[in-house]
Design a protein around this ligand. Structure first.
Ligand SMILES: Nc1nc2c(ncn2[C@@H]2O[C@H](COP(=O)(O)OP(=O)(O)OP(=O)(O)O)[C@@H](O)[C@H]2O)c(=O)[nH]1
Ligand SMILES: [Mg+2]
Length: 299
């Protein structure tokens, strides 16, 4: 799936003969065309230039290994694993712009929780669209997980509150709350999200175990602006990057890791409940920067 993500970067190492000045400019350009931000691309090229000189590297192969190691370093963050609740019930809040895969990811997380022996409850705090609650209820039926729903147009914070209450009453371990997709530039909707965060924190007596921003990997560079806005309004613990099984270029993963302190916790690789993987920085880097011979075979 990620084979063609960094094709231009991969090809650069395959086609070039030497590490001359043009190499760095071309590397920067190839990274940007793979959705890496200009800032991150420049930093990476500069790092390579310095290290190649310092270590007196002449081989393209060695330069590629250097880039790989640097990318692994950039992508490796603390607290990258999902935090499962210590105190019950725990809470996962799912946030993000429209259509990124929040609701689907909730089904995936519910599955993951159940495979760990935890009992989840889903909170349909997307009261904005009637169909949103129905979509979550459909997952609830499929997975045999309870769904707490509010009135259409009702207060989403109240739905999360009710779900936490229900979880306590019924001995459930984890509430996973769906929220309406919202543009990070819409002030009133972001305020609503802030309220959901405040109310849950008050009810729990601590912050939610996870407040996860669901990012569509095909979004490109706008994902960075989204991340920064949501981080400011609701305080994120990490990112779930979805749709990596599609035509996503994936460079945004590197930009988010480089320009924020948030870990990418999981990746979505399909539309089914089992299509969720822990993010593995080394595996990711190996997948995007395979050696040029393999890249040729993959065409
Ligand atoms: N290929 C692929 N499709 C995905 C993935 N995650 C979600 N989708 C699809 O993306 C579409 C939107 O997913 P939803 O889960 O409804 O997204 P949402 O963020 O809840 O959307 P809103 O509630 O409208 O904001 C659906 O068709 C999902 O099946 C993924 O990892 N891979
Ligand atoms: Mg949804």
């Amino acid at each position: 799936m990620l084979k063609r993500v960094f094709r231009r970067v991969t090809e650069l190492f395959g086609l070039r003969r030497s590490l001359d000045e043009d190499f760095y400019a071309e590397l920067e350009e190839a990274l940007v065309s793979s959705d890496v931000s200009l800032r991150t691309a420049t930093e990476l090229a500069e790092y390579l230039r310095t290290e190649i000189r310092r270590q007196d590297i002449a081989e393209l192969e060695a330069a590629r290994d250097l880039l790989k190691e640097r990318l692994v370093q950039v992508l490796s963050k603390e607290h990258a694993a999902l935090t499962w609740p210590q105190e019950l019930p725990g809470l996962y809040l799912m946030v993000g712009v429209n259509g990124t895969g929040k609701t689907t990811t909730i089904a995936k997380l519910a599955c993951r929780a159940m495979s760990k022996g935890l009992r989840p409850i889903l909170a349909a705090a997307d009261t904005f669209r009637a169909a949103a609650g129905e979509q979550l209820e459909e997952w609830g039926r499929r997975l045999e997980v309870q769904v707490i729903k509010g009135r259409p147009g009702g207060d989403p914070a109240a739905v999360v509150f009710d779900a936490l209450q229900a979880a306590s009453a019924r001995g459930a371990d984890l509430v996973i709350a769906d929220t309406a997709g919202r543009l990070h530039t819409k002030r009133n909707l972001m305020e609503e999200l802030n309220k959901i965060g405040r109310v849950s924190k008050e009810k729990l007596g601590r912050p939610p175990e996870e407040t996860l921003l669901v990012v569509d990997a095909t979004t490109g560079q706008n994902a960075l602006a989204q991340t920064k806005e949501f981080q400011q309004v609701v305080g994120l613990t990490g990112i779930v990057l979805t749709k990596l099984d599609t035509a996503a270029k994936g460079g945004i993963v590197i930009t988010i890791a480089d320009e924020t302190d948030l870990p990418i916790k999981c990746i979505g690789t399909g539309e089914q409940p089992e299509d969720l993987e822990d993010f593995d920085p080394r595996g990711f880097v190996e997948a995007i920067l395979e050696n040029s011979q393999q890249a040729g075979e993959g065409k």
